[in-house]
Ligand binder design. Structure first.
Ligand code: IPE
Ligand code: IPE
Ligand code: MG
Length: 229
């Protein structure tokens, strides 16, 4: 591939697991298991490509409204994922972070997540920022409440500085797999000037070559940030 501009921070709305499974005559959980396996493949590829921060949408504030069996399976997979990837993230020097209200998760899952976050906090090759019980609107409310509690003025800069993952900055590119043309509450505030890339490819099928296509497309975008250039 021709050398192209690499976005420092990429967000991915990993959508399409359920449909991927249904196409194969399987239940939705089967799709979530395939989707979880794909996280490993794409995470590795993204950091090898030079991405510094990868923000993945794993479970939204609204996903609790799904059938309990599906929510339970997603929670189980999250626990497995954090445990299984810990060693790998250590080897690869990747820092694991979480954005979202994890206080709503089981104590056990919170502990597993905290362990991964804590054990990798000094890693500096890249940041894997995972959205768990994450909602962009809820995040803005969270930031504004922090400002009120600390008696700070409500400004654009202060809200930015108090988002869940403020220290990781704004995504340059947001990818959504699975064919839907919407953000579904993902990084609404910090994504104000993100380049958007939508593909019909379902998340479990979104492989390295598909990721490269998104990066290639990003390389052709002209970012103006409201200016004339
Ligand atoms: C994305 O796949 C994973 C989560 C939302 C947790 P979906 O489960 O939304 O799959 P589709 O969109 O129904 O195919
Ligand atoms: C967005 O996908 C959430 C995640 C990928 C975790 P959804 O499948 O929940 O979004 P909608 O319901 O199609 O908007
Ligand atoms: Mg979906």
């Amino acid at each position: 591939m021709e050398k192209t501009k690499i976005p420092a921070h990429v967000g991915i709305i990993m959508d399409g697991n359920g449909r991927w499974a249904n196409l194969r005559g399987k239940n939705r959980s089967y799709g979530h298991r395939a989707g979880t396996a794909n996280v490993e493949r794409i995470t590795e590829h993204a950091f090898n490509s030079g991405v510094k921060t990868l923000s993945l949408y794993a479970f939204s504030s609204e996903n609790w409204a799904r059938p309990k069996t599906e929510v339970d399976e997603l929670m189980r997979l999250l626990g497995l994922y954090f445990k299984k990837f810990l060693k790998k993230m250590q080897r690869e020097k990747i820092r694991v972070a979480v954005m979202g209200d994890i206080s709503a998760l089981s104590e056990k899952l919170q502990q597993v997540i905290a362990k991964s976050v804590d054990a990798t906090k000094a890693n500096d090759r890249g940041i894997l920022n995972i959205g768990v019980n994450y909602g962009g609107r809820q995040e803005v409310v969270y930031a504004v409440n922090k400002l009120i509690e600390s008696n700070q003025p409500i400004t654009v800069e202060n809200i930015s500085a108090n988002l869940y993952s403020a220290e990781f900055g704004e995504p340059d590119l947001i990818i959504r797999t699975g064919g839907e043309l919407r953000l579904s509450n993902f990084m609404l505030y910090q994504g104000a000037y993100a380049e958007l890339y939508f593909t019909d490819v379902l998340w479990p099928d979104f492989n390295e070559a598909e990721f490269d296509k998104a990066i290639e497309e990003y390389g052709h975008r002209h970012r103006r940030f409201g200016k004339v250039q």
